[in-house]
Design a protein around this ligand. Structure first.
Ligand code: NI
Length: 223
């Protein structure tokens, strides 16, 4: 199998696995992260094959749906990759990316060791912000039974992964606990450029949300 064939057969396996997800964590999320990773990889100096495979597998056994086992993704990826006879270093690099790509809380650093990992992490984070990020956040909040907003509940900057996982705060708080923090965590220049646009869009969304919530309308009397 050549690299193109390996990529498309992995894409097919992942697509079948995720096609039935409805929490905002579906095949189309994987697809967007894959395409965005490729786009960033072409701007930066990186191994595009590694980036494509790692992005396709980055959520293969996401901790949110695996009783908190943070290594479940890496294990599942290694098992899946074993059928393709890749060099061990390639598999190790991909597994390392998958084990470290997730956001684990506002005050927890998750540093990637390779440029390929930095790119996949940027792409995954970019899909969490902007218009698509907003849509996904409310879809996920609904899936978890969270309210959209509660003026009495203040956002919390989680100091541990445990705390972050247990959070039941309203979905609007998630903007302050995660989404608005992502721009400053971009690894690559290309990622940062895209993040700045998407960040601004979220700030405008929040401003309008509060304007509607608080009815801060001014009416100029017509003559
Ligand atoms: Ni993801």
């Amino acid at each position: 199998m050549n690299t193109k064939e390996i990529i498309s057969s992995i894409a097919l396996i992942v697509r079948e696995k995720f096609e039935k997800e409805s929490s905002g964590h579906d095949w189309w999320h994987i697809y967007r992260v894959w395409q965005l990773s490729k786009l960033i990889a072409e701007q930066e100096q990186a191994d595009v094959f590694i980036v494509e495979i790692a992005s396709l597998l980055h959520d293969i056994a996401d901790w949110k749906f695996n009783n908190g086992d943070e290594k479940a993704g890496g294990k599942a990826a290694r098992e899946l990759l074993s059928q393709f006879n890749l060099p061990l270093e390639t598999t190790d690099l991909i597994v390392e990316i998958i084990d470290n790509v997730s956001f684990k809380g506002a005050e927890i650093e998750t540093k990637m060791k390779s440029i390929e990992g930095e790119i996949v992490q940027d792409a995954d984070r970019l899909d969490a912000i902007g218009a698509i990020g907003i849509a996904r956040t409310f879809a996920y909040g609904g899936h978890k039974g969270r309210s959209i907003y509660d003026p009495a509940v203040e956002p919390v900057l989680h100091k541990s992964f445990e705390e972050y996982k247990k959070s039941e705060s309203p979905t609007i708080n998630h903007f302050y606990e995660k989404l608005l923090l992502l721009k400053d965590r971009m690894n690559t220049q290309t990622g940062l450029k895209i993040a700045e646009e998407r960040h601004l869009f979220m700030e405008n969304f929040l401003a309008e949300f509060y304007r509607e919530w608080n009815l801060t309308y001014t009416f100029v009397p017509e003559k």
